[in-house]
Design a protein around this ligand. Structure first.
Ligand code: AOS
Ligand code: ZN
Ligand code: ZN
Length: 389
């Protein structure tokens, strides 16, 4: 085996992709939730589905939770159940967007009482992290305004900074805060954390354990996401990704479905900064909703899409690229990248899986396994993911 191939296979074997509990529940748009049979009825069953994804892919050993969608009485028990199933609990996602009190915002709300309620939820999420052993608190705020003049933008930034700082102070030494940004929705005029620059500035003043999370669906069309990746990596402020695909807004479709080339370009930045291995601390998470397609199968497909883009990025001839860049050879540099992108990595990935003791075809193996049929007969009346519930 060539040295390159061995290096690529070793890196792929080490790669870790985190699934999301809400991807396994029913979800939809504001127009309709199409319920599917066999969806999980509780957090335990979501974890069982996530464990199934890991069983067939071998690279998805953690699952993110969302509070309160995944609220249970005993989080240590939930973590123990996950362990029994061969996975661990990942990021804890806070939810300060579904309570009536949060109509005008959560941590940026004009009322101190509402702000206190939001802060209490965020702190509760850190308590949960202590019980689950989770490293990351993922914060996404729907806060913003719909009309010019609705509230004082600078005052809202002050309120945001003060809440973030209180939560940051509550984190344990090994815990991190991942701050997610989003251009718009549900606020349509102004969002309090609309872009990576705002998230970066807040994280910078908080400290080392506050980092930015990039949701690939949260930008204006045409945004060069890989530039953001490169910038944040250089600054030591990239905490992770919420991977998904978008054609229009925050579509939450399967990662790599809309623009596999963009995913490749993102992974190229990761690989060239040597930030792929778990030790680099970047959380590669999926944040998707499978409204019309079979859910577990879609999550498996998404994991494979990330794996394929990563394999291609690992195949970039770094020395040739560097030489072409130094020589100012525009076309050669571009060709080096495109050569890697155009490589069919599927045979190599099949070989990797066989080597890992997995079926080379995870989707086919899942379909043949009878898992969905068996949970469908066992689970009656599955719950919604939270969205559109
Ligand atoms: C919302 O648009 C964001 O993508 C968040 O990551 C959100 O918390 C997630 O979709 C699940 O709630
Ligand atoms: Zn997200
Ligand atoms: Zn989103």
């Amino acid at each position: 085996m060539s040295e390159t191939r061995a290096r690529v296979l070793a890196a792929l074997r080490e790669q870790r992709i985190e699934t999301a509990s809400w991807a396994f529940g029913n979800s939809g748009t504001r127009f309709k939730v199409f319920a599917q049979e066999g969806v999980p009825r509780n957090p335990y069953e979501k974890i069982a589905d996530a464990a199934t994804v890991h069983r067939f892919t071998g690279v998805a050993p953690t699952v993110a939770l969302h509070i309160p969608w995944d609220k249970v009485d005993d989080y240590a028990d939930l973590a123990a159940y996950a362990k029994e199933r061969g996975v661990a609990l990942g990021a804890i996602n806070a939810n300060v967007f579904q309570d009536d009190d949060f109509k005008l915002g959560s941590v940026t709300h004009p009322s101190p009482a509402v702000r206190a309620k939001a802060l209490a939820h965020l702190v509760e999420c850190v308590d949960i992290m202590d019980a689950t052993g989770s490293r990351d608190l993922k914060l996404w705020f729907s806060d913003g305004t719909n009309y010019p003049g609705q509230d004082n933008v600078r005052a809202r930034q002050d309120r945001l900074a003060s809440a973030l700082s209180a939560v940051y102070d509550r984190l344990g030494d090994q815990q991190r805060m991942l701050l997610e940004y989003k251009l718009f929705e549900p606020a349509f005029y102004m969002t309090d954390v609309p872009d990576w620059g705002t998230a970066y500035a807040h994280c910078l003043s908080l400290g080392d354990r506050a980092q930015v999370v990039i949701d690939t669906g949260h930008h204006a069309p045409g945004t060069n996401i890989e530039f953001i990746v490169a910038f944040l990596l250089r600054a030591g402020k990239l905490g992770g990704f919420d991977f998904n695909s978008r054609f229009y807004a925050d579509d939450d479709l399967m990662v790599g479905a809309a623009d596999p080339f963009q995913l490749f370009r993102i992974m190229c930045e990761i690989v060239s900064a040597d930030a792929l291995a778990p030790a680099a601390g970047i959380a590669f998470m999926l944040d998707q909703c499978h409204n019309i397609e079979p859910k577990i199968q879609a999550v498996i497909r998404s994991v494979l899409n990330v794996q394929e883009a990563t394999a291609k990025a690992l195949l970039v001839d770094a020395a040739a690229l560097d030489a072409a860049q130094r020589a100012g050879d525009v076309l050669e540099a571009n060709e080096v990248l495109m050569d890697a992108y155009q490589t069919d990595v599927r045979p190599m990935l099949r070989e990797l899986r066989a080597d890992m003791g997995l079926d080379p075809d995870p989707v086919g193996a899942f379909k043949r396994s009878g898992y969905l049929e068996s949970v469908t007969s066992a689970r009656v009346g599955g719950s919604a993911a939270g969205w559109g519930a």
